[in-house]
Design a binder for this molecule. Structure first.
Ligand SMILES: [Mg+2]
Length: 233
């Protein structure tokens, strides 16, 4: 059924959203003394991120710029430089923290890559994503690593075409219906959805996949190799 299996990275192979939550909470703590009770600081931050995605793209640096902007707006320009420094330190810490790979992932990738052409497709900041891939200890499992700006049908089509992959022989594994599954189904591929307990507000899908035999949800990534093999039987 498949020649090629692609994996998403953030919250599919390693922890990502947990750290964003940590630095969101830190942002809320820094801003709390400045705003009136009942102000939804987190909602203001998410709204700023949403309005900046097109200009900044995804990732920690974009988060940092949006956090600075939201801090200035929420405080009517009164935030202290020392508090902005605190937010900036968090951005640097977040960018340089070690990758924490999920349990069992190395084994999953070694089993899958022994049977299928295996690639990694992740979106976000080129420098940060490249560093994570290179320091994850997982990069040798992949025939190819693609870091994209957006995960939509057009992007997947371009990537598959450039790698000479037939979409109908392509299976994507990931934790986001919006980014990893729906666009792949839309171009005729297969999607294996392995949800993670936290999903970024801006990565929620508006609609679940339509009834199709090209989609499956598995509770853990450890079940992926066996499922793939079963499809071959
Ligand atoms: Mg992901």
């Amino acid at each position: 059924m498949f020649d090629v299996v692609a994996f998403d990275a953030d919250d599919t192979l390693w922890f990502s959203e947990d750290s964003f939550r940590k630095y969101e909470n830190q942002f809320v703590d820094v801003l709390s003394p400045y705003v009136s009770e009942g102000t939804d600081i987190k909602a203001a931050l998410v709204a700023t991120e949403r309005s900046n995605i097109e200009a900044y793209g995804y990732g920690v640096k974009s988060f940092g710029l949006s956090a600075m902007e939201a801090a200035i707006t929420l405080t009517n320009g009164k935030i202290l430089a020392s508090d902005l420094q605190h937010i900036l330190r968090g951005v640097r810490e977040h960018l340089t923290e070690p990758v924490r790979v999920f349990d069992g992932v190395a084994d999953v990738l070694s089993r899958v890559s022994s049977q299928f052409r295996t690639i990694l497709i992740t979106k976000g900041d080129l420098a940060h994503q490249t560093r994570k891939v290179e320091t994850s200890g997982l990069s040798h499992h992949f025939d190819h690593v693609e870091i994209v700006l957006e995960k939509d049908p057009t992007t997947y089509s371009h990537v598959l075409k450039s790698l000479d992959i037939n979409p109908q022989r392509f299976c994507m594994v990931g934790n986001s219906l919006k980014s990893d599954i729906l666009p792949v189904l839309a171009i005729g591929g297969f999607g294996v959805y392995v949800p993670y307990e936290i999903l970024w507000e801006l990565d929620h899908a508006e609609a679940p996949p339509a009834n199709t035999d090209r989609f499956v949800e598995l509770p853990t990534i450890s079940q992926v190799p066996e499922w793939l093999v079963q499809q071959r039987a």
